[in-house]
Ligand binder design. Sequence first.
Ligand SMILES: Nc1ncnc2c1ncn2[C@@H]1O[C@H](COP(=O)(O)OP(=O)(O)OP(=O)(O)O)[C@@H](O)[C@H]1O
Length: 295
Amino acid sequence: MNTLQINNLSKTYPNGVKALNRINLKITNGMFGLLGANGAGKSSLMRTIASLQEPSSGSITFNDSDIVKNPEHIRKHLGYLPQEFGVYPKISAEKLLNHLAVLKGILDKKERKEQVTALLQQVNLYQHRKKSVYTFSGGMRQRFGIAQALLANPQVIIVDEPTAGLDPEESNRFLNLLSEIGENVIVILSTHIVEDVKNLCPRMAILSDGEIISQGNPTELVASLEGKVWTKIIPKKDIEIYKKAFDVISTKLISGDTQIRVLSNSKPEEGFSLITPNLEDFYFATLFNNQQKKA
Ligand SMILES: Nc1ncnc2c1ncn2[C@@H]1O[C@H](COP(=O)(O)OP(=O)(O)OP(=O)(O)O)[C@@H](O)[C@H]1O
């Protein structure tokens, strides 16, 4: 079993932005979903775990080895798909993956060839291996990205907002691929898309303003809202009135009218109906409660 242990981790950038504030997390094998809005600090946390930047304080250990003191240890076992992969050189996907394999330390030519071929097949790009990644669609690029992250059998795989910008079909294909990677490694999926976490991750955390505001098993977290989420269709113009009167956690436009979702232990007023909460409700309710606490 692999274990990433994050203790009291904080990161303040030189410009004074406090991107991470006393993060505590224990992550073991399997898929871990890190959910948060833009700017919540997800990439900062991913980059710090990947040892691409040092924390300001706190510690991260990977299988009891301190990654700040000994970054080589995690780097050897890490596969990382960053949010921005940068510019792709105009060489074939196969050549590029082969080159990246050399950088990952797979020096034996035969072994490298075998891994490159197997990975291109696994991510369903083998038939496109002679094409330049430059010409790939967004989904194909992300699948190439996961292939390079899987080089040299990593024990920790970090994927930072991998489905942003993908159409639903490509996104689905990518997530299925991720879930196949196996239960024997740590996979950290950072995303602002609740759906991505719902079906894939047995453990998750919500990050907001650099702080973990909730963590646990998605099904159990959602169950904690059972009997507390109410919905009503209201005229769009009344939104502010309802927001003042009730704990409105989300609003959705439905053919010109607005569906609001409200957090309440009992029926808020006539016209509200109780609904079975989903992970999106839990996410919004957690952000809402956190804001209330801070206000
Ligand atoms: N290198 C940096 N220097 C200064 N500030 C930074 C740096 N990187 C990120 N930040 C700031 O830190 C905060 C967290 O950013 P981060 O990119 O970690 O969030 P995120 O959750 O990944 O958001 P996004 O989904 O938009 O990438 C933001 O306020 C951001 O502007």
